[in-house]
Ligand binder design. Sequence first.
Ligand code: FES
Length: 109
Amino acid sequence: MSTSPVRICSVDELPGPAGAVVADIEGRRVTIARESSGRLHAFDDTCTHANVSLAEGEIEGDRIECWLHGSQFEMSTGIPKQLPATAPVAVHTLTIDETDGSVYLTLAD
Ligand code: FES
């Protein structure tokens, strides 16, 4: 079951293009990332290979690369596309209120 949407910031406060930040959402570390195209993503911050922050990695296209061993995760699905990670990261839902630019996040299970 998903939680209710939580306002996390204004879209203007997010880094990018090709940037990422970490937010603590109800005790869960979540990466909010922006592709160079402007598309936004939200997913669990901890690499599934070891306990490091994915937000400190590098964004290339629709993927983020873990800085420690180079695993790449597709940001829209959380699926690893390059070893050594084999387990996906959970992906969360972002919505933007076009009237004021507020960004809302709904945590996945
Ligand atoms: S800790 Fe991320 S690939 Fe190893």
